[in-house]
Design a protein around this ligand. Structure first.
Ligand code: UTP
Length: 405
């Protein structure tokens, strides 16, 4: 892109501030800035989609397959799931492109050391669970989604630990797409004088980014029919759990979601519900207060099934729906940016990042099994350094589960 084209484009969108340091840059930096400007999707910023304005359809509670039922049918589910893995029909996608801004750790979140007396990264904890399943069934393909900020360090880390003994040819890294970050006035930030603040575009783009990175051949060429998507920040995450996979396949649905009973009405987790008769996830900030705290005759929350970012998706539906764009959500975040010629790194939110969310994909699938798991055994999120959903609370749960730290 030439300077005059960038100028015209930015004027059209009211974003001329992005060229304010242009004259101070050398030739290479100028090129860099113009290349970044060419990558901006202005529709995202202009859609100004703060969550308060979101209108949802008619919401009803959903039934989940309970832990009791799962325990009774465990062998049947396990065998069906194991068969699918052994036949090569299942793969996993690790969502590791987030920036972990709440944790305030400046490396890939998966490298965070959960150990107390030894090094024990989140990646290692998750791979221990993966290896356990793989040894009982078969090695499955694992796709690791990174961001352009943390890609090299992530790949380097996996190499340094020899992929935890997992066959390297079954592990595929790819970089997710970006979206612009802006201030509360919707003016796009500069990250440096010659870089636009482009950040990972949320975890909803995991399948389109995977395909754009040419990995569709691995999926389709190997006959993968199901993809288990999971978050990096749950240190008790069970990946490609054969019982969960079997239960979803035997139910004949297009998607499975691991859910836990919400601990209390205001817990900040998305809730699996029916929206206009279709399974959908309502984020905690979208759920009306009266529904959040509604209880049934047993005193249990009516909308109680919180999602833990562990889903199983049918590849055929993913392929069918890939062109239908997911909505962008504006998330308030602390964003490093240029201000009066200096780069500032605020510790509090100062603007918006725009993200698509994996939760929005569930509705596209048309059907979904809500599969109850024990939060004490499967849900230890690491979002913050201390307090709620923190390193501390996750370590406590790891110890309870017999993990030596
Ligand atoms: P979070 O929504 O907790 O976001 O991610 P985050 O960026 O990791 O953390 P904060 O909000 O800045 O503190 C949930 C999961 O989705 C992944 C994360 O890596 C995590 O596994 N994710 C999130 C991506 O892969 N890409 C993204 O753009 C955002």
């Amino acid at each position: 892109m030439e300077y005059c084209d960038a100028q015209r484009l930015l004027e059209e969108h009211g974003q001329e501030q992005l060229l304010q340091y242009y004259d101070e840059l050398d030739e290479a930096e100028k090129k860099q800035l113009l290349a970044d400007i060419a990558k901006i999707n202005f529709n995202i910023v202009e859609s100004k989609s703060p969550h308060e304005t979101k209108i949802r359809g008619h919401i009803c509670p959903v039934e989940a397959v309970s832990m009791d039922v799962i325990a009774k049918r465990r062998d049947e589910f396990y065998e069906a799931g194991k068969k699918a893995i052994v036949e090569g029909k299942v793969a996993a996608v690790l969502l590791a492109g987030g920036q972990g801004s709440r944790l305030g750790f400046h490396k890939p979140k998966g490298m965070y050391n959960m150990g107390l007396t030894k090094n024990l990264s989140i990646f290692e904890l998750q791979f221990r669970n993966i290896l356990k399943v793989a040894h009982e069934t078969a090695y499955f393909h694992i796709f690791i989604m990174t961001s352009r900020q943390n890609h090299d360090e992530t790949v380097e880390y996996f190499r340094s630990v020899n992929f935890f003994g997992y066959p390297e040819e079954k592990i595929h890294f790819y970089i997710q797409d970006v979206s612009p970050a802006c201030g509360y006035d919707y003016k796009v930030f500069l990250d440096t004088k010659c870089h636009v603040a482009l950040s990972p575009n949320g975890n909803g783009g995991w399948y389109s980014s995977l395909i754009r990175n040419g990995l569709g051949d691995v999926v389709h060429g190997n006959g993968i029919e199901w993809i288990n998507v999971y978050a990096v920040d749950n240190v008790l995450q069970k990946i490609c759990d054969p019982v969960f996979i079997g239960a979803t396949i035997l139910k004949g649905v297009k998607c499975g979601a691991k859910v836990v009973k919400k601990a209390y009405a205001g817990e900040k987790v998305g809730v699996l519900c029916l929206e206009n008769d279709k399974p959908a996830i309502i984020e905690y900030y979208e759920m009306p207060e009266n529904l959040k705290s509604l209880t049934d005759e047993n005193g249990e929350l009516v909308y109680r099934w919180g999602v833990i970012l562990n889903y199983l998706f049918d590849v055929e539906i993913l392929d069918d729906t890939i062109r239908a764009r997911l909505p962008y959500h504006a998330a308030e975040k602390a964003i490093a940016h240029m201000e009066n010629g200096e780069r500032v790194t605020p510790s509090k939110p100062c603007g918006y990042k725009f993200e698509t969310l994996v939760v929005d994909m569930v509705k596209r699938m048309g059907s979904c099994l809500a599969y109850e798991v024990d939060r004490e055994k499967e849900f230890a999120p690491v979002k913050n350094a201390t307090g709620l959903d923190s390193v501390e609370s996750a370590r406590e749960l790891l110890i309870k589960n017999g993990v030596e730290l």
